[in-house]
Design a protein around this ligand. Structure first.
Ligand SMILES: NC(=O)c1ccc[n+]([C@@H]2O[C@H](COP(=O)([O-])OP(=O)(O)OC[C@H]3O[C@@H](n4cnc5c(N)ncnc54)[C@H](O)[C@@H]3O)[C@@H](O)[C@H]2O)c1
Length: 251
């Protein structure tokens, strides 16, 4: 489906980003695994190459303009173009409104919101220059749809991702570049799989489908949104949350 297409995945570390990178590669894309931690980027790319796919690693901080220009240049140098961007990189933090300090708040909003803007702008300019469209998926969070105590910066930034997605979708539509988001709920990782399996014994009340998310749930949704099967979908958010946003827990 994605044969010959070139994809960048930011934050391609060990969890959801790694699964997305692997899923796009298994579908035929050449994948650039970008991460601020070089060991994470390199491990992700190595795993894909070991599986027989085409991939390279790029160490880059999404908040750094020069690094994003470098990411685009390295991708074009390696593969000639960019067709797909998945803005997955993020950081989080637990302080709530009364505990968070301004520097901490700014850091989280900077990485999630300014970083996603920065990466998208550099990649979109390359896609516009190529002239034949593209697909971008931003990874949001159920925390960006609803309020809860704690993590005030993360929740605020993830809410921003939802409307950044719509704004970018409208602006880039004339260039046939589609922009959508995926909303995960709490997602077990391959690394934490065993702990999650224990948790599965007590199904979460907040998730009607009765289990935690798995990175593959998110990756399959991203694969759909970047594929031609979603060619008339832009500016949309796809919750991949087992019904978490749909349910009202009472009592
Ligand atoms: N895991 C969950 O339960 C969950 C739930 C909802 C939403 N999400 C979202 O899904 C995405 C992936 O989550 P995860 O749990 O796999 O995260 P993770 O922390 O395991 O991976 C995030 C990766 O982003 C990288 N990164 C951080 N700052 C960066 C920067 N400035 N530049 C480049 N890379 C940077 C990190 O090095 C890391 O490898 C995130 O956007 C997260 O907010 C996750």
């Amino acid at each position: 489906m994605l044969d010959g297409r070139v994809a960048i995945v930011s934050g391609a570390g060990p969890n959801i980003g790694r699964e997305i990178a692997g899923t796009l590669a298994a579908d035929g894309a050449k994948v650039v695994c970008a991460d601020v931690r070089s060991e994470a980027a390199e491990a992700a790319a190595r795993e894909l190459v070991d599986r027989g796919f085409e991939a390279i690693a790029v160490t880059a901080d999404i908040t750094d303009e020069a690094a994003m220009a470098g990411l685009v240049a390295r991708t074009v140098e390696a593969y000639g173009r960019i067709d797909i961007l998945v803005n997955n990189a993020a950081i989080t933090g637990t302080p709530g409104l009364l505990e968070e300090d301004l520097a901490g708040f700014r850091r989280i909003v900077d990485v999630i919101l300014a970083g996603t803007f920065n990466c998208t702008q550099h990649v979109a300019k390359q896609m516009v220059e190529q002239g034949d469209g593209g697909a971008i998926v931003n990874i949001a969070s159920t925390s960006g749809h609803r309020g809860k105590a704690g993590s005030v910066a993360y929740q605020t930034a993830k809410a921003g991702i939802l409307n950044f997605t719509r704004a970018a979708a409208v602006e880039l539509a004339p260039h046939h570049i589609r922009v959508n988001s995926v909303t995960p709920t709490q997602t077990g990782t391959p690394v934490g799989g065993r702990a999650r399996a224990r948790d599965d014994a007590t199904p979460p009340k907040s998730i009607p489908l009765g289990r935690w998310g798995r990175p593959t749930d998110q990756a399959q949704a991203v694969l759909f949104l970047v594929s031609d099967n979603a060619s008339f979908i832009t500016g949309a958010d796809l919750p991949v949350d087992g019904g978490n946003l749909a349910v009202r827990i009472s009592g």
